[in-house]
Design a protein around this ligand. Structure first.
Ligand SMILES: C[S@@+](CC[C@H](N)C(=O)[O-])C[C@H]1O[C@@H](n2cnc3c(N)ncnc32)[C@H](O)[C@@H]1O
Length: 243
């Protein structure tokens, strides 16, 4: 499999993660996965984000396909996987966990220190979740670490990805997990790759859309051009490897 981008610390594959993961043979000690949020709670109603039981099952099959591969790639180093989700998609992840027989060990509450729009009836959302899956030999070193972490979310997305996660949050996941070799099967704008770099770890990212590979690649390079609005200029030269 030919990398889209490669430097000393990061490799990006422009590919479907289910297919690409099956080809990987190296081992990792941490997966940070931020899959497309598939929604599950309620099969009816006005809320267009809600979907039906069939969708939960289809999404769980998709998750099972990539998470099973991640589990395999983490086995040699007895590593762990953080999987971002929300209260809407947690049921899908729970179904995935059951399908592959890999239990969720913990669920991290990411307090975004920000409140989103809440519609005209409910509460205003201020958190997301990340489920932790572990191999038997894995343990968070800090045995006093709680399951609610604060990390400021910003509506300004410097790299333009609608689901960009804070580098500080992902960096903390890497640090608290003691990881040196990280895999992100849905790397988007490259947050995990940048966080790994800052933590002195190496990382592999997989992203199906070439435009996000381009953003991530440029982000990893020195001298990224940010505009006056602190937004990445996406057009322009691209660094690809021929490896
Ligand atoms: C929630 S976003 C990840 C955002 C990322 N954490 C960041 O900070 O920029 C999910 C990403 O997965 C990508 N994606 C969706 N399906 C995929 C697949 N089958 N294989 C690889 N990437 C996929 C999407 O294009 C999207 O960029």
């Amino acid at each position: 499999m030919k990398p889209y981008y490669q430097d000393e610390q990061a490799t990006i594959y422009n590919a479907d993660s289910v297919e690409a993961l099956a080809e990987l043979r190296e081992s990792f000690d941490l997966v940070v996965a931020d899959p497309p949020y598939t929604t599950g709670i309620a099969s009816f109603g006005e809320d267009t984000k809600a979907s039906g039981w069939g969708d939960i099952m289809n999404s769980a099959h998709f998750n099972a396909a990539w998470l099973r591969e991640c589990r395999r790639l983490l086995e040699a180093k007895q590593g762990a996987a953080w999987v971002f989700n929300s209260w809407r998609s947690l049921p899908v992840l729970a179904r995935t966990s059951y399908e592959i027989g890999w239990a969720i060990k913990s669920v991290l509450v990411w307090d975004k220190e920000w409140i989103g729009p809440g519609g005209h009836q409910g509460l205003r959302p201020s958190y997301e979740l990340a489920a932790l899956f572990v191999h038997a030999g894995f343990a968070i070193a800090d045995r006093g670490l709680p399951d609610i972490w604060r990390s400021k979310w910003s509506s300004v997305k410097p790299y333009g990805h609608p689901a960009e996660k804070p580098v500080a949050l992902v960096g903390r996941m890497i640090r608290e997990s003691g990881a040196r070799r990280v895999l992100d099967p849905f790397c988007g704008s490259g947050t995990t790759l940048e966080a790994a770099k800052q933590e002195g770890a190496t990382a592999v990212g997989i992203e199906i859309e070439e435009r996000w590979c381009e953003v991530a690649a440029r982000r990893l390079q020195q001298g990224i051009l940010l505009t006056a609005n602190n937004m990445l200029t996406v057009s322009g030269g691209r660094e690809k490897t021929d490896a």
